[in-house]
Write a protein that binds this ligand. Structure first.
Ligand SMILES: [Zn+2]
Length: 79
């Protein structure tokens, strides 16, 4: 499955403080992901911080080079 940009889903994740979101129709659980700036591989969420009930910071870890990185919210995707 390819990652896709979904600003609405990502906003909901940030607003609810979760890095996954279940599609109510398909029951598929989407996860936040982002492309590694070094090699373009998709990365998993390594850790995240919350401010109140919202996400304030998400750190990704590349599955290829294992580097940790952050990206602006506009560059995040769901997979
Ligand atoms: Zn990488």
């Amino acid at each position: 499955m390819d990652a896709k940009k979904s600003p609405a889903m990502i906003k909901k994740m940030f607003d609810t403080g979760k890095v996954t979101l279940v599609d109510p129709d398909t029951k598929y659980r989407y996860s936040l992901t982002a492309k590694c700036p070094d090699d373009g591989e998709y990365a998993d969420v390594a850790r995240f911080d919350k401010a109140g009930s919202s996400l304030s910071r998400v750190v990704f870890k590349c599955t290829q080079c294992e580097e940790e990185f952050e990206v602006p919210r506009e560059q995040m995707m769901v997979i």
